[in-house]
Design a protein around this ligand. Structure first.
Ligand SMILES: [Zn+2]
Length: 319
């Protein structure tokens, strides 16, 4: 199980990653943690990263990838991993693919945690933290009229909002996600690795959904489709990119979700559809032959050609 969880800030990715760690007994590889740990241990990459960060710059992809590669060499990763916080853009995803392929450990699943834009904003903007114990609460899940204090700490200190979580910053963070990270939905969709889940509502229910998606034979299917996709690479990628870029508003996000759902359905139904189509075609043919007047008989070749065209399109839909 080599998994990437995709989700906007506020989608609950962190919480769910930790639950999957428990459920499947595979480690979560967080690039943030890797960086902190490498810096603290003073590894060669850590020393390099520290210098970059102290200069107020972002650590480059090669350094982060190097840290991931080092982490993947550790024995607890033998059964798999959940990658958290990486990749964040197409370039990183491609670099990750190259590295994992070279290691003979390609990704087996990518799950997108889908939450509407408005709900994400609400979740993040509703966050309040306790300065004393660090716990994070949400004003929208607290009882109405409850005091904004930490019930966990003696003296019930007041909760505060981190500067990162104020509404203006949230909008900015979501914009960055839409522009940089969301295109990964199309990228992994093109590889047949992507599955989407509705990540709204009860945390336990979402975990159950995730576990179901990751344990289902659909995952196996996605893997075999990924092989087929590589063979016919250019077409599906070109087809999917515009859709991925479009998801800028809540509405188009919902549309994307519906599309993804439809895709999954299409996958499972594709076989039955092909059968039905063949049957329908045969039926139409015989009907035309038996009952049609002259004018309709003339039209028959067109119908046949249209059916052939439809048939050609069918395999592309599987992806
Ligand atoms: Zn507290």
């Amino acid at each position: 199980m080599r998994i990437v969880l995709l989700g906007a800030p506020g989608s609950g990715k962190g919480t769910q990653s930790q639950r999957l760690v428990q459920r499947f007994g595979i480690p979560q590889i967080s690039t943030g943690d890797l960086l902190r740990s490498a810096v603290a241990r003073g590894t060669p990459l850590g020393i390099k990263a520290r210098a970059v960060m102290e200069a107020g710059k972002l650590v480059d992809d090669a350094t982060v990838l190097g840290m991931i590669e080092e982490r993947l060499a550790e024995p607890d990763v033998a059964r798999g991993f959940i990658l958290d916080g990486f990749p964040r853009n197409i370039a990183q995803a491609e670099a990750l693919d190259r590295m994992l392929t070279a290691l003979g450990k390609p990704l087996t699943a990518v799950v997108q945690m889908d939450v509407p834009y408005a709900e994400l904003t609400r979740r993040i903007a509703g966050r309040r933290s306790c300065q004393n114990c660090g716990r994070v609460y949400n004003i929208y899940s607290m009882p109405v009229g409850a005091a904004l204090v930490c019930p966990n700490c003696p003296g019930n200190p007041p909760l505060f909002q981190r500067p990162d979580d104020n509404e203006a910053t949230v909008v900015e963070r979501l914009k960055v996600y839409e522009a940089q990270t969301r295109p990964l939905v199309g990228y992994y969709g093109g590889q047949g690795l992507l599955q989407s889940i509705d990540a709204q509502g009860d945390v336990d229910a979402i975990t159950a959904l995730l576990v179901g998606v990751l344990s289902s034979p659909a995952g196996e299917k996605a893997r075999s489709v990924a092989g087929a996709t590589k063979r016919a690479k250019s077409r599906p990628a070109a087809k999917k990119k515009p859709g991925a870029k479009a998801g800028k508003s809540a509405r188009s996000k919902v549309a994307g979700k519906a599309k993804a759902k439809a895709k999954t359905k299409a996958k499972t139904k594709a076989k039955a559809k092909t059968k039905a189509k063949t049957k329908a075609k045969a039926k139409a043919k015989s009907r035309a032959r038996n009952t049609a007047p002259k004018s309709a008989r003339k039209a028959a070749p067109v119908t046949r050609r249209a059916a052939a065209r439809k048939k050609k399109k069918a395999p592309a839909r599987k992806k």
